[in-house]
Design a protein around this ligand. Structure first.
Ligand code: SF4
Length: 270
């Protein structure tokens, strides 16, 4: 079986326990205005342009771009080829307690391809994490859960209207799926992007805490500070960015938010 990926990152330290290889599947049903991986959103292979490198010489009409201003994002790969790349680091996984993480985009958008990769990983006894928005049919998540050791689950905005405004989709299914997933007892780590003025508002933080406290087993939550520097990708690739330039949250602000989660009894980290 084949799918489309846009990156394979080895020796990753932030996508689950130990040292990991993260495979990025292309395509995402969300349109978060702060997305740090805008090249992940389209499910298709794209030709993107680094506008500052383009010489407007038209050479690329006939041959490859001499300035390497044009870049194809995404490649069609077989599940076997992905696994061959992953298994190169099996020794590192075993030594560090790591494994493989499937991320995106939204990896569940390529459900059959993801499932096939997960079956391979199970056969190889690899530790598997799936990094998801939770925006998927429940029965897909359930099938994936049976083959996954850890979910890295995004939680962005608790108010449905705001979620719709800033990500382009409703959060009703996402929150329902999270409740159901918690009930299964699966290992979950939540991830909340801290975007000043959007996700760090008092209403959103308090609402998120209230929601988490209702869960049977509230998972730990990682607060991920926004990095404006990551938004430079939009200009480089000639993509339109909807987030106005935003200052990164200060260390003090991150500490305040962390304290709010901890004060409510939740396990939280930055
Ligand atoms: S869910 Fe992630 S990949 Fe998808 S648009 Fe939002 S930030 Fe980007």
């Amino acid at each position: 079986m084949t799918g489309i990926i846009f990156d394979v990152r080895r020796f990753s330290l932030h996508d689950g326990p130990g040292i990991r290889t993260t495979v990025f599947l292309k395509g995402c049903p969300l349109r978060c205005v702060w997305c740090h991986n805008p090249e992940s959103i389209s499910p298709n292979i794209q030709l993107l342009y680094k506008t500052e490198l383009c010489l407007a010489c038209d050479s690329c009409v006939k041959m490859d771009c001499p300035a390497e201003a044009r870049k194809a994002v995404g490649e069609v790969v077989s599940d076997e080829a992905v696994m061959a790349r992953v298994l190169r680091d099996r020794f590192t996984f075993d030594e560090s307690g790591g494994g493989v993480t499937f991320s995106g985009g939204e990896p569940l958008m390529q459900f059959d391809f993801l499932k096939s990769l997960l079956v391979y990983c199970k056969e190889e006894r690899l530790h598997v994490a799936v990094d998801t928005t939770g925006y998927a049919p429940w029965h897909h998540l359930q099938e994936v859960a049976a083959l996954t050791d850890l979910f890295l689950y995004d939680l962005k905005l608790i108010d449905e209207r705001e979620h719709l405004q800033f990500t382009g989709v409703s959060n009703v299914g996402i929150l329902e799926n999270l409740k159901k997933l918690c009930d299964t007892g699966k290992s979950i780590e939540l991830r909340m992007p801290i975007i000043p003025g959007i996700t760090d508002t008092r209403a959103n933080i308090e609402g998120t805490i209230r929601f988490l406290l209702q869960l049977r087993n509230p998972p730990p939550i990682w607060l991920l500070p926004h990095h404006q520097v990551a938004m430079a990708k939009y200009e480089r690739f000639g993509l339109k960015c909807k987030l106005p330039p935003t200052a990164d949250p200060t260390e003090e602000r991150m500490a305040e938010l962390l304290a709010c989660f901890k004060a409510s009894g939740l396990k939280a980290m930055i």
